[in-house]
Design a protein around this ligand. Structure first.
Ligand code: FAD
Length: 360
């Protein structure tokens, strides 16, 4: 029997395992895909995640961003970004290296095996996989992403429509270290081109926009790339839409399975890793005091809920007034604003105050 089993080897699951293994906890990761595995993602992130992980960006070949370009219906603005603040990651490499690091610190891994059944009695949680294996644990972390099986198991069903994002990953040697954001393409969404180590990821995320039309809109920003034979992939985004149950008994949820992706920045990696840090604290205390993980929901939301709510409001304002926001950008150095926001040197509430001050 294990102290902890983590289902899913994405950033949230791998970091949960890493934090707990570093504290000497016996932890097993079960991942349905063979690692390294591909995950559709633009991979944008910030320095703060490497600080939380206590691993330098170079370890993951993180690609440092130097400029931000914002395009609104053909008009462009460019801003410099302070060095080593914003990065992009190739997720197959980042997730794999993070998982291997957890294993080096003592975690165990079963990959290529999908959890198909979860049972619990008073003391033990038993997992069954598609290969017929059974694993027992005292505590369970659901890091199994959007549509989480563990979330359903604890009765934490997400009731809202989940927006769709599409993306093409185009091989590209030495791309320019500029992230491009495209506004005004669709009513409730935006497009992006993110350079990475040896490729660019170009995508579009939108609410309530016909998926077929999305691919046409994406093509309109890809004129400079040879992308005809590159597959177009789609995946839902697990945006925050209000509080849900994140723990029951000895079971908890982190990352996308907890629906804590930032609705404005679209970041799920940072919040996933931060939720792993919170669950680490709750599990360490639970093991010490022979408790359940019930306090986790309140603890996580006391740290996250206000900013996530403001981010949600901010995204609504951003989509509704794209034209106005684009012209307001001249009053700010957007590269620094973004770097400060993603690195938590400023908050959404402070940003709101600044925007209102600049309007009145
Ligand atoms: C197109 C797109 C672009 C994005 N861009 C960004 C971005 O620029 N920056 C950012 O921060 N975020 C971005 N996101 C969001 C980000 O990808 C997610 O928030 C992030 O992957 C969440 O990590 P996670 O570990 O919680 O879940 P995941 O990365 O989804 O990992 C879940 C893992 O669980 C495994 N699993 C699922 N079910 C089972 C099972 N039954 N048994 C065993 N294993 C199982 C899966 O195989 C998977 O490996 C983007 C998302 C999309 C779709």
């Amino acid at each position: 029997m294990h102290d902890v089993i983590v289902i899913g080897a994405g950033p949230s699951g791998a970091s949960s395992a890493l934090f707990l293994a570093r504290k000497g906890i016996d932890v097993l990761i079960i991942e349905k895909k063979k690692l390294p595995r591909y995950k559709l993602c633009a991979g944008g992130t910030s320095k703060v995640i490497f600080d939380i992980l206590d691993v330098p960006p170079d370890f993951f070949n993180a690609f440092s961003i130097e400029k931000l370009r914002v395009v609104y219906r053909g008009e462009e603005k460019e801003y410099s970004v302070p060095p080593n603040n914003i990065f992009t990651l190739r997720r197959e490499e980042f997730d794999y290296k993070l998982t291997m690091l957890a294993c080096q610190h003592g975690a165990s891994l079963v990959d290529g095996e999908k959890v198909t059944g979860i049972e619990e009695d008073k003391r033990t949680i038993t997992l069954e996989t598609d290969l017929g294996h059974r694993f027992k644990t005292r505590y369970l972390i659901g890091a199994d992403g959007v549509g989480s099986k563990v979330a359903r198991f604890i009765g934490s069903n997400f009731k809202y429509p989940v927006p769709l994002a599409i993306q093409k990953d185009i091989p590209y040697e030495n791309p320019d270290p500029t992230i491009s954001l495209f506004m005004g393409l669709v009513p409730m969404g935006y497009g992006w081109i993110f350079p990475k180590d040896g490729m660019v990821s170009a995508g579009l995320g939108a609410y309530k926009f016909p998926p077929r039309e999305m691919s046409k809109v994406l093509s309109s920003i890809l004129n400079n790339f040879n992308h005809k034979n590159i597959p177009l992939l789609a995946h839902p985004i697990s945006f925050y839409r209000g509080k849900i149950r994140l723990a029951r008994g000895n079971v908890s949820l982190v990352g996308d399975s907890a629906h804590i992706t930032d609705p404005f920045s679209g970041e799920g990696i940072r919040n996933g890793i931060k939720s792993a840090k919170v669950v680490e604290e709750v599990i360490l205390e639970a093991i010490k005091k022979n408790k359940t993980l019930e306090s986790y929901t309140e603890k996580l939301y006391s740290l996250f809920a206000r900013e996530l709510f403001l981010s949600w409001i901010m995204s609504g304002v951003f989509y509704k007034f794209q034209n106005r926001i684009f012209s307001l950008m001249d009053r700010f150095n957007m590269g620094y604003v973004l770097a400060n926001l993603l690195n938590e040197r400023t908050s959404y509430s402070e940003l709101f105050k600044k925007i209102i001050k600049s309007i009145i």
